[in-house]
Design a protein around this ligand. Structure first.
Ligand code: PML
Ligand code: MG
Ligand code: MG
Ligand code: MG
Length: 259
């Protein structure tokens, strides 16, 4: 039987100017859908771009394209939620988790300095987990790496959510989808992320070993500075790794006996 083709639908929205001309990033979104679902995906992404807490965009682009590569189906990372009561507590926990994943403390410090210098990035920063060197600068537009071509079908996410997370939140779905795709690759040591949305303080540390470790306070309410850093084993081929992040289509599928 021939599988139906999937389509990658992507959105990016910014304020003042397009991203590549230095505009402020407002919102982005990814879907991987069947032909009949493209219209619904475009509607959903358009709504997301128009109703965002980072502001009203005056530039947006929504595009779709057929995906020729075979779709890889993977399990979601396991999820653990840590309720923290201050940013200090949350940040300390995140740093401890990164160290447990094998990222030395001085590299974590270097990563935070890099992040402060590049507050305007809309994609992920890739950092060598042994030297702290940034690895993504010569790839793409200098805006960081945008992980693309991944999704989690709604019915399966809802089932997982009912039984595991009990948190009806599209943001959680999008974040676990991305983190699961990223963690899957052998070059990824760990990911550190929190939202750039001023009304959302939860973030996570993700890794193959410890799964998706959610932390409820990684920044102050109202802060628009987000973070997405991948700590990478640079003995892997970085060009191939970036290609995987941008191009390889991945669907998340939760099976009851996987968790
Ligand atoms: C984002 O908003 O882009 C990142 C959200 C990360 C945390 C999502 C969650 O686990 O609630
Ligand atoms: Mg985003
Ligand atoms: Mg969808
Ligand atoms: Mg955001």
């Amino acid at each position: 039987m021939r599988e139906l083709p999937y389509y990658s639908v992507r959105m990016r929205a910014s304020k003042s100017k397009p991203h590549e001309e230095g505009g402020k990033h407002i919102s982005g979104g990814e879907q991987l859908v069947l032909f009949d679902e493209i219209r619904g995906a475009v509607d959903k992404l358009l709504l997301k771009s128009l109703t965002h807490s980072r502001g009203t965009p005056d530039f947006a682009q929504i595009q779709f394209e057929i995906v020729d590569e075979p779709i890889q189906v993977i399990s979601p990372l396991t999820i653990t939620t840590h309720i923290t009561h201050s940013v200090d507590e949350g940040q300390l926990l995140a740093q401890n988790l990164l160290m447990k994943c094998g990222v030395p403390f001085h590299i974590i410090q270097k990563a935070y300095l890099l992040m402060e210098d590049h507050a305007e990035l809309s994609g992920a920063i890739l950092i060598d987990s042994k030297t702290g060197r940034r690895l993504d600068e010569s790839h793409g537009n200098g805006k960081g790496i945008r992980v693309s071509r991944m999704d989690w079908r709604d019915e399966n996410f809802k089932k997982w959510n009912r039984e595991i997370a009990a948190n009806q939140n599209d943001r959680l779905k999008e974040a676990i989808t991305l983190a699961s795709k990223v963690s899957m690759h052998q070059a990824t040591v760990a990911e550190l992320c929190w939202s750039d949305d001023p009304d959302y303080t939860t973030g996570y540390v993700a890794s193959k070993k410890f799964g998706y470790q959610r932390i409820t306070s990684l920044k102050e309410y109202g802060d628009e500075q987000g973070c997405r850093i991948f700590f990478v084993n640079s003995s892997e081929d970085i060009t191939k790794y970036i290609d995987y992040l941008k191009k390889n289509p991945v669907l998340i599928q939760w099976e009851v006996n996987h968790d």
